[in-house]
Every structure is written in structure tokens, then in C-alpha cells.
Design a protein around this ligand. Structure first.
Ligand SMILES: [Zn+2]
Length: 122
């Protein structure tokens, strides 16, 4: 049997021994936990989760690449209109907002038109 070297998930140091060990030292264990529980990390994680959820909601409501839904339906599903990855303003001033490739534009009468963007645009 060959000895497996695992790496400390905090500092990357190689470790011999028990394979369930994740840290080379107590100080690596505590600094890893502190980092993972920091406010900044939680903030990023929460925003990422909101964006992914928004994207999933748009995707579920737009299986064919084009759809119209009522704003309230998206809100009921947990969609957050204040979170998006980018905006696209057309020449005529219409504002499309995207959560990754899934996008929408707010229309009159609280309706929302859903679109999907092909390819990455700067
Ligand atoms: Zn370490």
C-alpha cells in the first residue's frame, strides 16, 4: 500500500497519516473556519445564491427561449429584481437585465418578457 499524501486545505502543506485529516495544524483549522465564516465570505455566498436562484427562476419560466410572465409570478417564486449580473440598454433605451445568460425586460402592466442571450458580451 502506498502512503497517500493529503494537502492541508488551508495552507496546502502535505500531510502524512490519517486520511480524514483536513488541516495540518490547529491554527490552520481555526483560520480556515474564521475565513469561511467571515462576513465578507457570507456576503459573497449569499449574493451568489440569489443570482443563481434568479437565473433558475428565469430559466424555469422560459423553457423555449422566449416567454412572458407576470411580475408577481416571479416574485412569488422568490425572484429578486434588485439582483442581476449585467444590464443591456438598447439604442431605443430599453433596459434588459440579465442573471447570467437569462434575461428579462419589464413591460407595461407588470408583465415581464424573458429572453436568453446567446454568447458572452462584454
Ligand atoms: Zn495547514
Amino acid at each position: 500500500m502506498s502512503t497517500k499524501y493529503k494537502k492541508c486545505i488551508e495552507c496546502g502543506a502535505e500531510m502524512k497519516g490519517r486520511s480524514d485529516k483536513r488541516y495540518c495544524s490547529d491554527s490552520c483549522r481555526s483560520s480556515y473556519h474564521n475565513r469561511m465564516n467571515s462576513d465578507a465570505t457570507n456576503f459573497v455566498r449569499n449574493v451568489n445564491n440569489i443570482l443563481r436562484k434568479n437565473r433558475r427562476i428565469l430559466e424555469e419560466n422560459n423553457p423555449n427561449g422566449k416567454a412572458k410572465v407576470h411580475r408577481d409570478k416571479l416574485l412569488e417564486q422568490g425572484f429578486k429584481f434588485t439582483y442581476f449580473t449585467n444590464e443591456y440598454v438598447t439604442k431605443s433605451g430599453n433596459v434588459y437585465r440579465f442573471c447570467y445568460e437569462q434575461g428579462y425586460i419589464e413591460l407595461d402592466d407588470d408583465m415581464v418578457a424573458l429572453v436568453i442571450r446567446q454568447g458572452y458580451v462584454e
